[in-house]
Each structure stands twice: as C-alpha cells, then as structure tokens.
Design a protein around this ligand. Structure first.
Ligand SMILES: C[S@@+](CC[C@H](N)C(=O)[O-])C[C@H]1O[C@@H](n2cnc3c(N)ncnc32)[C@H](O)[C@@H]1O
Length: 265
C-alpha cells in the first residue's frame, strides 16, 4: 500500500475480526483470485506450494485440488488461520507468517500464490525479496495486488468532505512496475484488470469493506467517530458520482507472474 504507514498488528486484528464474515461478501476477491489461478503456467508442476495471505483458505484449497499436493497456507491473522483450518481438510498446513519475513527455508518452494494480500505490506520489495529467497530456481510466484485508482470514488468523496485520507493508498502502476523490474526475478508479467462494482447505497459499500476486514488502517486517518453531518456530506459527495447501475466502486487489480530463472540462486 505504497508509502502509507501500516500497523501490522492492526491489520492482523482487523482481518481476524472479519474471518467469520469474509467469505459471504468476497465475490470480487473470488473473481480476482480465480483469474490469477487461470494465469498460472499450465506446465507448472509444483510439489512445494504456499499461499501467502491465505485468509479463509479458499485459494489454498483450490491450489491443493489443482496440483494434487498439500499446500501451506500462511497469514498474519490468527483469526483467519483458525477459520481456514476449521474449514479445510487435515492434509493442508497452516502457519502464522508475515509476507515480509517468511518462515520458510531458502530455495524450498516451487510455487507461491498470493491473492489480494500484498497490498497490505508496507514494503512490497521486502515481500518480493522473501519470495525470491524461498523459491527454487525455476520456481514461480503468482500474485495480485490493488493499484492506484482503487476505491477512487470513495477517496474523492472523502476529499470533498474534509480533505483527509480515509481510504488506503494504493501504489501507482508505474511504481509497481519499477519494483517488479528491480525484484531480481528473471522474467515478470503484469496486467491490470479494472472491476467496477455498483451499490444501491453507500452504506452497502462501507458495510462490505468492514465485513472484508479491509477498512481504512492508514496512520493518517483522523481519529474519533464519524459525525452525522460528515456522513451526510460524504453521502452527497458520493451520490454526485452515481451512475445508471448505482454507486460505482472501482478496483484496479494488477495480476502478476514472476519467474525465478534456473541460473539464479
Ligand atoms: C483480502 S484478504 C485475501 C485472503 C485470500 N487470499 C483471498 O483471496 O480470499 C487479505 C489477507 O492478507 C493477510 N495479510 C495482510 N498482511 C499480511 C502480511 N504482511 N503477511 C501475511 N498475510 C497478510 C490478511 O490477514 C488477510 O487474511
């Protein structure tokens, strides 16, 4: 989430609180993760696989099915891991882990998968350096992340109300491409998908963000409760962006494949 200061304990606590509601509202997250799964190289034959930021374990289970191998689900949130463990076959493994400091041996993994988790890392280059370290030569990492333009309507509406940053900041695409180019991987591929969701009411969007555990955790957010007047002003500013289909909420999703060359260690 670019240069924002992110408190990882708060991130973990927020996702733990959302573990029981996440799957009910995660339609976009499913679509985006399924699109990432579809991009995995067909020839990929992987024995050691890990799902970084696995959340409720939906894609951990999907990967296990696709590759016919047990998969290790890693997440910073104990609550998410507990939920994932309770809703998955015993053959899958789970561990608390920070993507920026993986508890895995160097050159031990064939495939790393990560859907909509790495935008929560304060330092994406660190997470990619860790991925590079734990991948075997010839290994592949597939991840997606949110880039600038995501929730732009909500951000603009808040800016019109009080000029504060109330929406998590997302990295500009050019910055992401620079990070990928400097990550040490032999080859990389990045493509952006634009998804626009529509809501009847602003409250439907804000409730959904809360149920996903994805509400604003930027250090620059103002403290205290949202007053009624501010909420009215926010609603009016968002309503000004209403389209025929409803209130739009844009997600810009970068889908990325990284390949560690056989000559790289
Ligand atoms: C939006 S959810 C996505 C979950 C799952 N990948 C999916 O697509 O359904 C983001 C997940 O990333 C985890 N996460 C956030 N920061 C992390 C970090 N630094 N290391 C590992 N996991 C992290 C959160 O706890 C949460 O479970």
């Amino acid at each position: 989430m670019s240069d924002a200061v992110i408190d990882k304990r708060q991130v973990a606590a927020s996702f733990s609180r959302a573990a029981g509601t996440y799957d009910q509202v995660a339609e976009l997250q499913r679509n985006v993760g399924n699109n990432l799964l579809a991009r995995l190289p067909h020839a990929a034959c992987a024995r050691q696989l890990a799902d970084i930021g696995c959340g409720t374990g939906y894609f951990t289970r999907a990967l296990a099915e696709r590759f016919g191998q047990p998969v290790l689900g890693l997440d910073i949130s104990e609550g998410m891991l507990r939920y994932a463990r309770e809703h998955s076959p015993d053959s899958l493994g789970w561990a608390t882990a920070d993507a920026e400091s993986l508890p895995l041996r160097s050159a031990s993994q064939d495939l790393l998968f990560s859907s909509l988790a790495l935008q929560w890392c304060p330092q994406l280059p660190l997470a990619l350096a860790e991925a590079f370290r734990v991948l075997r030569p010839g290994g592949c990492m597939a991840f997606n992340t949110l880039v600038e333009g995501t929730l732009a309507e909500l951000r603009d509406a808040w800016l019109a109300v009080d000029g504060f940053v109330h929406v998590n900041r997302f990295m500009p695409l050019a910055q992401l491409q620079q990070v990928l180019a400097q990550s040490g991987f032999a080859r990389w591929h990045c493509e952006v998908e634009r998804h626009v969701l529509h809501y009847g009411q602003l409250s439907e969007l804000t409730h959904e963000l809360k149920a996903l555990g994805a509400h604003n955790l930027n250090a620059g957010r103002p403290s205290g409760l949202t007053g009624r007047a501010r909420l009215r002003a926010l609603t009016a500013a968002y309503e000004a962006q209403r389209q025929a289909a409803g209130l739009p909420a844009t997600y810009q999703v970068a889908q990325i494949l990284l390949f560690k060359g056989l000559d790289q260690v």
